[in-house]
Design a protein around this ligand. Structure first.
Ligand code: NAD
Length: 310
């Protein structure tokens, strides 16, 4: 039977995953952004592929949660501040034995989803894919890499079906039984890159070029590593700072999602990235002054959008 999937939050990543999965499953894209949805309904979703070629894929898209049929899988791809609302929407159409999958960045999205949907139905993972919205109905595939999803015994069979559907759509998927390692492995990269690129307004690669920026990055990453150690999380790599620097170099020209949020004057995901390190540090007795500095500065930037001089 064809898998039924809803993508809740069809922005950059939701459009990319939803567009590609539409070729192999019954997919509905749900997003409140009416102009984007109307364009996709009328013209299909335009995807600028990694090699620069352009494809257009027919998709089913709606702004109305009541129009989404019952689904086996709900993929939550909103920004963190909308996760609760997106989960409430998903609760209307996710089958009782369905799974809600988050591939969002940051710490705490899965817990928020579990409060609404029940922890038995929630699955978390991380993805190395990247996407940028070019405008209504248009997305650019900005980077590719593996997607890791955390599995557990009760849902292992169902998740391997999900993985094979993702593989058919062109996504490389690995199932892992160490959720903490996956989530923290990605979190530390975001901790090192996102807040600082947004404060400095530089593309990722500049964090390894500008000595003072590089020093700040090293301090923020060292604090996150200390929190990980106190928590007993085994990271998926040996040297966190080398890993973050490697990602910054590999994505040198990219604008991090937090920088894009700051440039657009919309709320950032600081609360589930650097602030998650501060929160966990407080709980575990680990000092995190550099992450506190990054959090306070981003909060000040968010609070001054309305009075900013250009
Ligand atoms: P985005 O801002 O492009 O898209 C989010 C979409 O959610 C928007 O279209 C918005 O209209 C929609 N939305 C808001 N409230 C909603 C609700 N209640 N229900 C349904 N839709 C709602 O964001 P993005 O860049 O696609 O990022 C999504 C998540 O993926 C974030 O957690 C981000 O950190 C993570 N991520 C992004 C990338 C990337 O390259 N963009 C890579 C990896 C992970």
């Amino acid at each position: 039977m064809t898998m039924r999937i809803a993508v809740v939050g069809a922005g950059a990543m939701g459009s990319l995953f939803g567009g590609k999965l539409s070729a192999v499953a019954e997919v509905t894209l749900l997003d409140p952004w009416a102009e984007h949805v109307t364009r996709m309904q009328r013209d299909g979703l335009g995807i600028v592929e990694l090699d620069g070629s352009q494809t257009t894929v027919p998709v089913t898209a709606t702004t109305d949660p009541a129009a989404v049929p019952t689904v086996d899988i709900a993929i939550i791809f909103v920004k963190a501040h909308a996760t609760r609302q997106a989960s409430q929407w998903a609760s209307r159409f996710l089958a009782p034995d369905g799974l809600a999958l988050t591939l969002q960045n940051g710490l705490g999205n899965a817990d928020m989803m579990a409060q609404v949907l029940g922890s038995g139905r929630v699955v978390a993972g991380v993805t190395s894919h990247g996407a940028t919205l070019l405008g209504p109905g248009q997305v650019r595939h900005a980077g590719k890499g593996p997607t890791h999803i955390a599995t557990r015994t009760e849902i292992a069979v169902k998740l391997s079906d999900v993985a094979s559907v993702f593989e058919q759509a062109g996504f490389e998927v690995h199932l892992s039984d160490d959720l903490e390692s996956l989530v923290w492995g990605k979190l530390i990269v975001n901790v090192g890159i996102n807040g600082l690129t947004a404060i400095l307004r530089v593309p990722n690669g500049q964090l390894v070029e500008i000595p003072a920026a590089s020093a700040l990055m090293a301090q923020a990453v060292a604090e996150a590593e200390a929190v990980c150690q106190a928590k007993g999380v085994i990271l998926p790599y040996d040297d966190p700072l080398s890993r973050v620097r490697e990602v910054a170099r590999a994505t040198a020209a990219n604008r991090s999602s937090m920088l894009q949020d700051v440039l657009r004057g919309v709320p950032t995901e600081i609360g589930v990235i650097n602030e998650a390190i501060v929160r966990e540090g407080k709980r575990l007795g680990v000092a995190t002054p550099d992450n506190e500095f990054i959090v306070t500065t981003i909060r000040a930037i968010e609070d001054s959008y309305a009075v900013r001089v250009s």
